[in-house]
Design a protein around this ligand. Structure first.
Ligand code: 48H
Length: 267
């Protein structure tokens, strides 16, 4: 026999639980925008360190492009030393060539998600970041709204967003580089059409090195990582390999942690 439950108790549990999480993060240490491989890896390392971390994802599910390898095939390939991050999660990888590793995408993503949740990070899904807070020369938070409202007819979309403050915002929005693009526009550095392709042609090894190298604090209070780096710095694309995304996410976590703890940022 299943426990008998009152409908209103189910509603109350959802409303109270969600409201508590949101209130806990109206002002937090780090907001990560985007839950692909780079953003999730950053969230995993930050929350493991006890840093209050909120991931914001416009999709209903977290994982971004990490649920598939190339050509919609769900096999994830990484090169060394990216495999060490995956193996640290407890997922064994097959070495397909010296230094090149492969495993089922859903094993990796589900492990990364569960370890990140267990470490204390919170996920605000179906929510998109529309703008940033910019004060005293720093990015100091994000402006958010429900993603479904972007799909509604224009005449009923006059719904104001809310703002969440953070000591550091991480742009992990992938190809869009949505947060860095907006921040650079505010500073008069860039004005581009949304969706414009900005990375270079494919060159796996150069692309992967460049993503990790340029990961860092791009504007005070804003750290960029993952594919967004290739978009902003116009470096080559790497195609369906994820070592650079993972190492970039880890470097973003180190950089954000240093800012939160007011240490010298990672070079
Ligand atoms: C809330 C947003 C917003 C917004 C976007 O695309 P991702 O998987 O990004 P990365 O950088 O972690 O990984 C990139 C990788 O998946 C990839 O595309 C590669 C390696 N390409 C190589 C190539 O040659 O093409 O995840 C980004 C996430 C997604 O889930 C978006 O839904 C989310 O960010 N997002 N969430 N507010 N404004 N913009």
């Amino acid at each position: 026999m299943l426990e008998k439950v009152r409908e209103s108790d189910v509603s109350r549990a959802i409303i109270e639980g969600f409201t508590k999480d949101l209130l806990d993060h109206t002002s937090t240490d780090v907001v990560i925008v985007g839950s692909g491989p780079a953003g999730l890896t950053a969230a995993y390392y930050l929350s493991k360190e006890g840093i209050r971390t909120l991931i914001i994802e416009r999709n209903i599910y977290a994982g971004g492009g990490f649920w598939q390898g190339g050509f919609l095939f769900p096999k994830t390939v990484v090169q060394s030393p990216g495999n060490e991050i995956i193996e640290e999660l407890g997922v064994e990888m097959e070495e397909v060539k010296p230094g090149l590793y492969m495993a089922d995408s859903f094993r990796i993503v589900s492990k990364l998600l569960s370890k990140t949740a267990e470490a204390g990070a919170k996920l605000l899904n179906s929510t998109y970041v529309d703008d940033v807070i910019y004060k005293d020369g720093r990015i100091s938070g994000v402006v958010v709204n429900w993603f479904p409202i972007t799909q509604m007819p224009k005449f009923i979309t006059c719904m104001d967003p809310i703002a969440l403050e953070a000591k550091v915002v991480i742009d992990a929005t992938g190809h869009d580089a949505a947060i860095s693009t907006r921040a650079r526009e505010i500073l008069g550095l860039e004005s581009i059409d949304p969706g414009e392709r900005r990375h270079g042609a494919m060159n796996v090894s150069e692309a992967e090195e460049a993503v990790v190298e340029h990961t860092g604090e791009i504007i005070p209070g804003l750290v960029i990582c993952g594919m967004a780096v290739a978009t902003i710095y116009r470096t080559p694309r790497m195609g369906p390999i994820f070592g650079g995304m993972l190492l970039s996410g880890r470097k973003a976590a180190e950089t954000a942690s240093a800012i939160v703890r007011k240490k010298v940022p990672v070079e």
